[in-house]
Write a protein that binds this ligand. Structure first.
Ligand SMILES: Nc1ncnc2c1ncn2[C@@H]1O[C@H](COP(=O)(O)OP(=O)(O)OP(=O)(O)O)[C@@H](O)[C@H]1O
Ligand SMILES: [Mg+2]
Length: 575
């Protein structure tokens, strides 16, 4: 437990001041209830009801009567401040934890997201962190407050024991504490296991939701509504089952400990009666005993709370500890002005088990326009992604202008590349902001020029709010071809030395494609361009054609040189 708790310490450290104030307020509240209330009881009973002969002035009566409201006022105000500050600390921990987790996700390589399930990651960011926050609040609240209440009660008991020469109650207290620890230990084991299962099951629920939302069209087209509902219910049921298994143990602690506590109080009663203790002494001592025992009970519950959260904590740690495989080097080279020369030296690449590229050796001079052709699954997209260093080659190296990609800062590398992926993603934002992804500081005029080059200006103008129109989640309000043109406009705006277009015009009609080709013709001057395309009209732009098959480049040269190759022939015959 301490090892895990230690990783939370950096999150708590900035709140030391709030923590100290909360602690002082907790101490005041603890003293008020641990010491003040029993003290009051004793005053009232011994001073007023037992000693019936005594006369008390009305003023003294008022003083005694206002003692209890006074004690509870102090307790109320300090508890309020205590809780407010602790909740603030808890919320701050949650904020930082989520932010760190999100920041870490930004640094992880693509392979991580191909392995993990996005809905489950959302659950870790949302539900698991919330669970941790709740526990942090309970732990620091009880961990700060209850020891004071315990010490207050204990001090009072010791004080009374000394005054009355009566240590029975103290001995009882020392007997009870170990007894109360037993249920915590027994139950804790189950809480840990069930807590983890429960959080995992919630990850499954979250995953089912996010997948279903992504597949809204497929679910309807393939009549999968009922199947999806059944699948979701099964996951909800699994979650329910784990939640109940957890609850079964979680709610057991409280009654178990109360039974132990009350048994001890009854023993105290028996003991007091047989010792012939007066009612005021019994009440005062019993009160002190009650508060100390209650403090132990609450501490034990906080401990259980932590055990319950260990699963959530482990799930968050799993993401936090995932190593970003693609990182900036320690001593990055200063790449200087880019020519855009790309070199592959003996590059092989394997996704997990699937080898996608075999021993690729080639040099592309700066300013060359290359077309990448070949059947589906031949490795064209993989080749492009390696240049962006989404992955590192399994064997061999890739160089940009003579620098190994791994020796450059990632930002330097990617700044030099404009990339349109095969399935571009648009943000739920305005058209203009989506294009500005290419270059954040671009003026409106530059955005418009890029849109014109991507043959997108006319359709954007026709949108209800033009460039200010919100495109919806992943541009759900646009057509496939319109989306593709916005992605192209981004690349045009970026004007980087290397341009990579992975089937960037595949969704366009030939008239639009032709217009974009004209724009491209102007744009590609002086740049290294890699165009993955099936259409031969696009390939015409290229000076060099790389023919891929089964992860190998089987032909490489200008159009006339590759024309005779059977793979190229097969591709061209079908058009
Ligand atoms: N993320 C991945 N994880 C595992 N295997 C992958 C992954 N991406 C691609 N592959 C595999 O690598 C091979 C090459 O894929 P790639 O996407 O590079 O092909 P491609 O030539 O771009 O095909 P297409 O023309 O269909 O886009 C394929 O066999 C594919 O199954
Ligand atoms: Mg591809």
């Amino acid at each position: 437990m301490w090892k895990q708790w230690k990783t939370l310490v950096p999150y708590l450290r900035p709140h030391r001041r709030a923590f100290v104030i909360a602690m002082l307020c907790g101490a005041a509240a603890g003293a008020a209830s641990g010491f003040g209330a029993p003290f009051f009881m004793q005053r009232v009973f011994a001073g007023f009801f037992e000693d019936t002969g005594a006369e008390h002035s009305f003023g003294y009566q008022i003083f005694i009567a206002s003692l209890l409201p006074g004690i509870f006022f102090v307790r109320g105000v300090s508890l309020y401040a205590n809780q407010y500050l602790l909740n603030r600390v808890g919320q701050s921990v949650l904020l930082r934890l989520r932010k760190d987790l999100f920041d870490h996700l930004q640094r992880l390589h693509l392979g991580f997201f191909e392995r993990e399930r996005s809905g489950d990651i959302v659950a870790r960011l949302a539900a698991d962190t919330t669970q941790i926050q709740n526990t942090v609040i309970i732990l620091i609240k009880e961990g700060v407050l209850q020891p004071f209440i315990f010490l207050g009660g204990l001090g009072f008991l010791i004080f009374l024991s000394a005054r009355e020469a009566e240590i029975g109650f103290l001995l009882l207290l020392f007997a009870i504490v170990p007894l109360m620890i037993v249920p915590v230990r027994l139950i804790g084991r189950h809480l840990r296991r069930r807590g983890r299962q429960m959080q995992d099951a919630f990850g499954d629920v979250s995953e089912a939701i996010s997948e279903n939302l992504r597949a809204a069209a497929e679910v309807r087209a393939f009549n999968r509504e009922e199947h999806e509902s059944a699948r979701f219910e099964a996951r909800l049921q699994a979650y329910f089952a784990y939640a109940m298994k957890m609850t079964k143990y979680y709610i057991m602690t409280q009654p178990l400990m109360e039974i132990v506590a009350v048994t001890v109080l009854s023993t105290a009663f028996l003991y007091a009666y047989n010792q012939g203790l007066g009612s005021s002494v019994f009440l005062a001592m019993g009160g002190g005993l009650y508060f100390t025992v209650d403090a132990v009970k609450r501490l034990a519950r906080a401990l259980n709370e932590w055990q319950r959260t260990e699963g959530a904590f482990a799930r968050v740690r799993q993401v936090m500890d995932a190593e970003p495989m693609i990182q900036d080097p320690k001593d990055p080279v200063e790449p200087g002005a880019a020519e855009g020369a790309v070199t592959f030296r003996g590059v092989s690449f394997t996704y997990g088990e699937q080898t996608a590229l075999h021993n690729i050796d080639l040099s592309i001079e700066g300013g060359t326009v290359c077309a990448l052709v070949g059947p589906s699954g031949a490795g064209k997209s993989t080749f492009s992604k390696l240049i962006l260093r989404f992955y590192d080659p399994t064997v061999g190296s890739i160089l940009l202008d003579g620098h190994d990609l791994r020796s450059m800062q990632l930002a330097d590398l990617r700044e030099r590349i404009a990339y349109v992926p095969q399935n571009p993603t648009l943000f739920n934002d305005t058209v203009a902001n989506n294009i500005r992804l290419g270059r954040e500081d671009a003026t409106d005029a530059e955005v418009e020029a890029a849109a014109r080059a991507a043959h997108a200006h006319d359709f954007i103008e026709a949108l209800p709010e033009g460039y200010a129109t919100n495109v919806g989640e992943n541009a759900g309000r646009l057509s496939g071809g319109q989306r593709q043109r916005l992605a192209l406009a981004r690349a045009f705006l970026r004007s980087a030395p290397v341009l990579i277009l992975d089937e960037a015009t595949s969704a366009l009609d030939s008239a639009s494609e032709e217009k974009i080709r004209d724009a491209l013709r102007r744009l590609i001057r002086g740049r290294t361009v890699l165009i993955v395309a099936h259409r031969f009209s696009t390939i015409e732009l290229a000076e060099r054609i790389l023919v891929f098959e089964g992860g190998r480049i089987v032909a490489d040269g200008n159009r006339d040189e590759v024309l005779t190759h059977p793979v190229f022939r097969e591709l061209s015959d079908k058009q």
